[in-house]
Design a protein around this ligand. Structure first.
Ligand SMILES: Cc1cc2nc3c(=O)[nH]c(=O)nc-3n(C[C@H](O)[C@H](O)[C@H](O)COP(=O)(O)OP(=O)(O)OC[C@H]3O[C@@H](n4cnc5c(N)ncnc54)[C@H](O)[C@@H]3O)c2cc1C
Length: 407
């Protein structure tokens, strides 16, 4: 089968790997507009569920992701006027740059043709293919070219956010909240390698304008944020990638949905099909899980035909994603209402933050309150850490790749 992926992000590169693993005779090309090694964004977080899937589908790239990932324990919550509190849990983070490097290297080993600095501007210019995978991100040109058919809708969230990096290496995933004269402003930060952390800042639009971000350019805006979060950054700078090219990275989150994901031999995948608010850190995971589901569907297509296989993929993914999309909405809505919670005492505030999806049973509150003091906190941390390593040991590092023929 001849397959063209438009977009060499996590979805496109991972699908190209799986398509080659499913059948080395597949001719797979990835068109990526950026030069090799160039991408936007900083580190992303993920959890055991993605690692379990990655190890089942391609243990080779999974092992490299595991080796490169930063492993962190606990969440810290820091807010003006409140003592530091902690949330139980652990996770992983990895620079987007490193993730793409691993996937591109794996794709190349398997014989995928990744064509860099190759921007698709006209669909008519696509090389002949049996399957075209549109994995060209949230502003997908392929989706827009058939906008009426796909029925895409974009909902723009109220809050302002900016995705920054910093050389300050946070100890762990940290939520920080600062009260300013113009209202609350906060960040989600986590280390993703030995020298860099992701630092995502968010605030209500009225706070954003009152703090002057509507008129400051990228550099001046970062300097202003550095002042506001000086106590958290220990003198380290904040880096806005957009400032390098004279702009600023402030945005409103755009929630993309599409009624249909396939059109003839063209199928949407990853952010081109759906976006998920960064408040639950899952967009990359969902994009890579789309790639797994599409690879399964395509492997079964010879029996049932491509259109049926693509429908099967869409239904499987929409059903699997529904609970997470609901959680993402609840989570982003909580941050939009943040000032309502900000005056709660420290422990209750951090519990409200952790239960922002509103799904926790009552015992979680008791556990949270009782594990804020050092000894129970350390014991819980050790227990969770043991769980992390025991789950890691159970992963099928030596097993072959798993592409399921779903026909
Ligand atoms: C602030 C922020 C924080 C985030 N944090 C996390 C996190 O912690 N964890 C997580 O799981 N997710 C996170 N995400 C979400 C994640 O970044 C996306 O969901 C994920 O990148 C989607 O992957 P993708 O491959 O579908 O699209 P993209 O990563 O957007 O890749 C699309 C690719 O297509 C290329 N392209 C676009 N148009 C063309 C064209 N016409 N021709 C050729 N190439 C083209 C682009 O250059 C790009 O490389 C975050 C997102 C944001 C905004």
């Amino acid at each position: 089968m001849r397959i063209t992926c438009v977009g060499g992000g996590p979805a496109g590169l991972y699908f190209s790997v799986l398509a080659k693993l499913a059948d080395p005779a597949n001719e797979v090309t990835v068109l990526e507009r950026n030069p090799k090694g160039v991408t936007w964004g900083w580190g992303v977080v993920f959890w055991d569920d993605l690692l379990d899937d990655l190890f089942r589908y391609d243990p080779v790239s999974a092992e490299r992701i595991w080796e490169s990932a930063r492993k962190w324990d606990e969440y810290e919550v820091r807010a003006t006027g409140k003592p530091v509190t902690h949330l139980a849990g652990y996770g992983f983070s990895l620079g987007r740059h490193r993730l793409l490097e691993i996937l591109a290297e794996r794709a190349a080993e398997l014989g995928v043709n990744v064509s860099y600095s190759d921007e698709l501007s006209d669909l008519a210019a696509l090389p002949p293919a049996d399957l075209v995978v549109a994995c060209d991100g949230a502003r997908s040109r392929v989706r827009e070219a058939h906008a009426g058919h796909f029925g895409a809708e974009v909902e723009v969230a109220a809050n302002k956010y900016i995705w920054l990096g910093t050389p300050h290496v946070f100890d762990t995933f940290t939520f920080g909240f600062e009260r300013t004269e113009a209202g609350w402003i906060w960040y989600h930060a986590y280390p993703f390698d030995d020298t860099t952390s992701t630092f995502i800042v968010e605030c209500q639009p009225s706070t954003w304008a009152a703090l002057g971000f509507d008129t400051l350019d990228g550099r001046a805006g970062s300097a202003r944020l550095q002042e506001i979060f000086a106590d958290h950054l220990h003198g380290a700078p904040l880096i806005d990638q957009r400032a390098e090219i004279g702009g600023t990275g402030w945005l409103n989150f755009r929630r993309v949905t599409a009624q249909r994901w396939d059109h003839g031999n063209v199928v949407l995948m990853g952010d081109a099909a759906h976006t998920t608010h960064f408040a639950i850190g899952s967009g990359t995971k969902l994009a890579m899980q789309d790639a797994m589901a599409l690879a399964d569907a395509v492997a079964g297509a010879s029996g049932e035909g491509l259109p049926v296989a693509l429908e099967r993929y869409e239904h499987r993914r929409k059903a699997a994603m529904a609970p997470l999309q609901k959680a993402a909405r609840a989570s982003s809505a909580w941050f939009e209402r943040l000032p309502e919670y900000a005056d709660l005492p420290a422990k209750r505030f951090s519990y409200a933050l952790s239960d922002r999806r509103g799904e926790y049973p009552a015992w979680r509150y008791l556990l949270h309150m009782s594990t804020q003091s050092p000894l129970p906190r350390t014991m819980l941390r050790w227990t969770l850490s043991a769980r992390r390593w025991s789950r890691a040991r159970r992963r099928p590092v030596t097993a072959g790749p798993m592409i399921t023929n779903t026909a």
